[in-house]
Design a protein around this ligand. Structure first.
Ligand code: ATP
Ligand code: MG
Length: 203
């Protein structure tokens, strides 16, 4: 759409939010000339175990994005009862904001899962997908996957950025072992985790 507002969506469990999420979102913001990026914590899924209270995940996102005026918190998925699906969220957002173009930002691990999400074709019809390298997925494998997904209508933008070796899983494991996470998360988030004593007891 011509002249549309360009809004990025950074969805995640954010258990906890970390610098990988922030760098990814900010790279998309800068490289694609987005107007804003919405951080959208997922609702609590019965399928994911050991996810801490939604309020705490939201608190940490709020703390992490506070100093970036072009980042905003979206509670569309956490406010919904039961499971929330990206396809429904995008449909809803587009209905409310018909002049906005959405860019759904993700790491390659999510791109390789997306066919298993509910109604991937609907997701592709309401948003462009913005994807960065992660874990063992390099740009070649991402492009190959992207070509396959384009047959389902996916319009994929490949973000050319160095790999960021940070994950929430590693952060939770570090906290449990009393290893500092100060390089992995904003200092306000590290402080929150310490104060609330999150992740120390995790299995
Ligand atoms: P967990 O280890 O609990 O799965 P995570 O670090 O993968 O946590 P999520 O909240 O699951 O974080 O991820 C949300 C989105 O951010 C996903 O699209 C994921 O691919 C992306 N992402 C997270 N960390 C990175 C990273 N280091 N590099 C690129 N993308 C990332
Ligand atoms: Mg993940």
């Amino acid at each position: 759409m011509k002249g549309c507002k360009k809004t990025g969506i950074m969805g995640g469990t954010f258990n906890p939010i970390h610098n990988g999420h922030l760098i990814l979102a900010n790279t998309a913001y800068e490289m694609l000339g987005l107007d804003e990026v919405l951080f959208m914590p997922s609702g609590n899924s019965y399928m994911k175990k050991n996810v801490i209270a939604t309020k705490k995940r939201i608190d940490m996102v709020r703390l992490a994005i506070e100093k970036y005026p072009w980042f905003a918190l979206s509670l569309v998925e956490t406010n919904r009862q039961g499971n929330s699906y990206t396809s429904e969220t995008l449909q809803e957002l587009t209905k409310e904001n018909p002049d906005t173009c959405y860019y759904f930002i993700m790491g390659a691990d999510a791109l390789f899962q997306i066919e298993k999400w509910r109604q991937p074709e609907t997701i592709f019809s309401f948003a462009k997908i913005v994807c960065a390298v992660r874990d063992d997925y390099d740009m070649n494998s991402i492009r190959q996957k992207g070509q396959q997904l384009s047959r389902l209508g996916a319009d994929i933008i490949y973000l050319d950025m160095p790999k960021i070796e940070i994950s929430s899983t590693d952060i939770r494991a570090k906290v449990k072992k009393h290893i500092s996470i100060v390089e992995d998360v904003p200092v306000e988030v590290a402080e929150y985790i310490r104060r609330e004593q999150l992740y120390y007891e995790e299995d």
